[in-house]
Design a protein around this ligand. Structure first.
Ligand code: ATP
Length: 383
């Protein structure tokens, strides 16, 4: 893939690479001719690897942003599939003028993603900033997002249990890289099924870093008065007090595990009899020893029972009410890959009643999806 990227750096793109971008605190961008690209708030980041695409080139690649090339629509704007002249397939996110998410989120995504490289993170190839147009260009993921598989009754069966397990493991490895293994320490803050993209071999890639926050030095927790994230995936301390940390990502990861295994959305699950949330439902099944009733019998073999039980156990550990009780991603991975790794008994999860989950929303969060931009550009400092 890297080879393709450099092949893609034709003359005009290479020329444009040698410009400098400067993002000022108020979100203004200017260009300077220089040998580096720099984005900065108080501190600055060099974006050596990033390609600056011409608007015209992306228009040609997407057939003028034709609707037939549209892959989907997020809070940022529409996403189009495109093909560059050399045949490379790309996905182009075009910032919509009406988007509640704006320039800051755009720059945040660029700043965070261009510093990272891991097989379980989507690769940002470059961006386009021309007049009012702002676009992000990614490698194209032919199987699109995980939610389109697990919540769709016609595609659900395409992901057997083993594939789901390797998707869970891949997401865990991507998240561990963000939290501990990259040069920076990053809290994603919006981990959810639609932000997990699948390549042609169904390898998962974490995407959407518009809300991500980079922690510097010894910082291991931060808080905000403006909570961003998606309903159903936010930890209680984040939804209610604006506190976020690695452990709030761990909570979202736990929700993802339970959604991947059950094929049910946490945000729309409804148990009529006891008004339970998906978490409450899984918790009851776990306590009653009937966890296999959560899994579609067509996607697993009885010989997989121990693995499935282990995954549900880990999912429940991740969604515990108190952040301190939740495992780190390093512990999650060792529990995932080793039967021998100690797994403490899980405590009752947060939000077992659906009503509690609904009440956790802050007053201005009256829509299902809350991925509105309220973040400020992060100052970067390496660890
Ligand atoms: N690199 C990519 N390759 C293939 N498809 C993609 C790619 N990036 C995004 N998509 C498609 O575009 C859709 C919209 O993605 P986007 O990240 O903008 O929004 P979202 O995650 O669905 O929602 P939100 O912005 O509210 O978080 C995705 O669901 C996916 O189907």
């Amino acid at each position: 893939m890297r080879r393709r990227t450099s092949k893609n750096s034709d003359k005009s793109t290479r020329k444009k690479k040698n410009k400098t971008f400067r993002l000022f605190n108020k979100g203004r961008i200017s260009e300077q001719n220089n040998n580096d690209k720099v984005i900065g708030g108080l501190s600055q980041v060099k974006l050596q690897e990033l390609i600056l695409f011409d608007f015209g080139k992306l228009a040609t690649a997407t057939n003028n942003f034709d609707w037939s090339n549209k892959l989907g629509q997020g809070g940022f704007g529409p996403v189009y599939m495109g093909k560059l002249q050399d045949g490379q397939e790309i996905a182009v996110k075009r910032l919509s003028r009406a988007s509640g998410q704006g320039l800051e989120e755009f720059m945040n995504e660029v700043v965070v993603l261009c510093k990272l490289q891991h097989r379980n993170l989507v690769k940002l190839l470059g961006c386009c900033i021309e007049g009012d147009e702002k676009m992000l260009v990614y490698e194209y993921m032919s199987n699109k997002s995980l939610d389109a598989f697990i919540f769709d009754s016609s595609k659900n069966k395409l992901l057997d249990w083993r594939t789901r397990y390797s998707i869970i493991e891949g997401i865990a490895r991507g998240l561990l890289y963000l939290h501990r293994d990259s040069r920076l320490r990053i809290i994603h803050r919006d981990l959810k099924a639609s932000n997990i993209l699948l390549d042609e071999e169904l390898n998962p890639k974490i995407s959407d870093f518009g809300m991500a926050r980079i922690f510097g030095g010894r910082e291991d927790q931060a808080n905000t008065i403006r909570v961003v994230g998606t309903y159903g995936y936010m930890s209680p301390e984040y939804a209610m007090q604006g506190l976020f940390s690695e452990k709030s990502d761990v909570f979202s990861f736990g929700i993802l595990i339970l959604e991947i295994l059950s094929g049910r959305r946490n945000s729309s699950f409804y148990d009529n009899e006891h008004a339970l949330s998906l978490l409450g439902f899984v918790w009851i099944q776990w306590r009653e020893g009937s966890i296999l009733s959560l899994i579609d019998p067509e996607i697993y073999d009885h010989s997989d029972h121990n693995y499935i039980s282990r995954c549900i156990h880990i999912g429940l550990l991740c969604v515990q009410e108190l952040a301190v009780d939740r495992p780190t991603m390093a512990a999650v991975i060792s529990m995932l890959i080793s039967e021998a790794a100690f797994r403490p008994p899980p405590r009752q999860p947060a939000f077992i009643l659906r009503q509690n989950m609904l009440n956790s929303k802050s007053p201005d969060e009256n829509q299902n999806v809350l991925s509105v931009n309220m973040v400020s550009i992060t100052d970067i400092s390496g660890r």
